[in-house]
Ligand binder design. Structure first.
Ligand SMILES: NC(=O)c1ccc[n+]([C@@H]2O[C@H](COP(=O)([O-])OP(=O)(O)OC[C@H]3O[C@@H](n4cnc5c(N)ncnc54)[C@H](O)[C@@H]3O)[C@@H](O)[C@H]2O)c1
Length: 375
């Protein structure tokens, strides 16, 4: 019989560490069927930060050494929310200790590393999950159902974008996100989300043609420092893709798009209709139905409510709106339910590996650039 309680160990207490802690704390309230997550230990390289996080988020203990989490027999599940460079080492150690692993996206700096992580997890039969929280939105589930049910007819194209502006300032510091040891730049950081979304809605991407560029060529090493570090990773990635279904599309990942804070958006078009979504208005899905009275034709706004599961687990009334942390809560609940049932609900390591294949294909295509026609 599966455990009714699962001991949680969290590594990293930054942006995502906090989101994971929120999600584990709220999951049972929204999803009474899942095993009870018990917050047992939190680790951060900054031991003081870990101690503060333990107190604030309700973990029983804290440590400055993540290996204490791996060695703790009361921990069943490890959440890894550190910079990408550490994902593989931490994951492999957790898997070797027989723990289920949630790892933030992108799974690892390279496809080869991801493959090693997938193989280790599958060999040890542990349940895995990767932090592609945005597809946990009930509006995304609805979009997928509508597409699968043929409500848009024959699909003719997809246009996806994930744009933010947190790297647009050339005086912004050189951080771990720009260190090539952690993998490519925006194509993996934000690109992985829109690739995941495209695959979630429409299936496999089979071909990629990409143009990838670095806009800000160097950044200050530290606050007040005149020393600048050259930037070797990408700021913008533009991909032309083909899907297994026979239609094409475009994907853009961009972290220098001034003014955009969370433009994770898509349009999908079909012979009978279209859908439009943006994470900036995550409780809405726009639906256009072809045919009918031309005078009143237009996009209709479908507003999230309890009729779109699992919205009702959070709020009984329509229109009151879910937020980012709720998507993370859905993700964690599905992960814990997957552990209870012995089957991942995903996206698991294998799916993250497939997403990374698209990232690496885009990088390879951009390097070739041979198919570009000079005008
Ligand atoms: N799913 C999402 O929407 C989403 C959003 C942001 C970031 N992420 C991913 O989450 C991961 C972390 O990003 P973040 O924005 O939270 O970063 P962050 O810089 O805010 O936090 C990273 C944390 O890891 C800690 N850390 C670093 N090295 C460590 C080590 N060796 N041992 C223990 N702790 C260590 C840092 O002290 C910090 O607390 C990245 O892989 C990133 O791509 C995912």
């Amino acid at each position: 019989m599966s455990k009714k309680k699962l001991g949680i160990g969290l590594i990293g207490t930054g942006f995502m560490g906090k989101a994971h802690a929120f999600a584990y704390r709220s999951a049972l309230a929204a999803f009474p069927d899942i095993p009870t997550p018990e917050l047992r230990m939190v680790a951060d390289v900054n031991a003081e930060g870990a101690a503060k996080a333990a107190q604030q988020y309700g973990f029983a203990s804290s440590t400055g050494n993540w290996r204490d989490i791996i060695a703790n027999p009361d921990i069943d599940v490890v959440s890894i929310t550190t910079p990408n460079t550490f994902h593989k080492e931490m994951t492999l150690a957790a898997i070797a200790a027989g723990k289920h692993v949630h790892c933030e996206k992108p799974l690892s700096p390279t496809l080869a590393d991801s493959e090693e992580m997938v193989k280790a997890a599958e060999a040890k039969k542990v349940i895995t999950q990767v932090g592609f929280n945005y597809i946990k939105n009930p509006m995304l589930k609805l979009a997928r159902e509508m597409i699968a049910a043929g409500e848009l007819g024959e699909i003719t194209g997809f246009r996806g974008i994930h744009a933010e502006d947190y790297m647009h300032d050339p005086e912004g510091l050189y951080t771990w996100r720009l260190d090539p040891v952690g993998g490519p730049g925006v194509v993996a950081d934000l690109g992985s989300h829109i690739i995941c979304m495209a695959r979630f809605l429409l299936g496999k991407i089979t071909h990629v043609n990409a143009d990838i560029e670095t806009i800000v060529k160097s950044r200050p090493k530290a606050v007040g420092s005149k020393e600048r570090v050259p930037v070797l990773v990408d700021d913008i990635a533009r991909l032309m893709v083909r899907f297994e279904g026979g239609f094409g599309g475009t994907l853009e990942a961009n972290w220098v798009k001034t003014g955009r804070k969370m433009q994770l958006a898509f349009e999908v078009h079909g012979s009978k209709g279209s859908l439009y979504f943006t994470q900036e208005r995550l409780n809405e899905l726009q639906f256009y139905k072809a045919g009918g009275d031309g005078r009143t034709a237009g996009f209709t706004t479908i507003e999230a409510g309890p009729q779109h599961p699992p919205y009702g687990g959070f709020i009984v009334a329509a229109g009151h709106q879910l937020g980012f942390n709720d998507l993370k809560t859905i993700e964690m609940a599905e992960f814990l339910r997957g552990i209870a049932h012995g089957k991942a609900e995903g996206p698991d390591f294998r799916e993250a590996y497939e997403i990374q294949k698209v990232v690496e294909a885009a990088l390879a295509s951009s390097r070739q650039a041979a198919s570009r026609v000079t005008i």
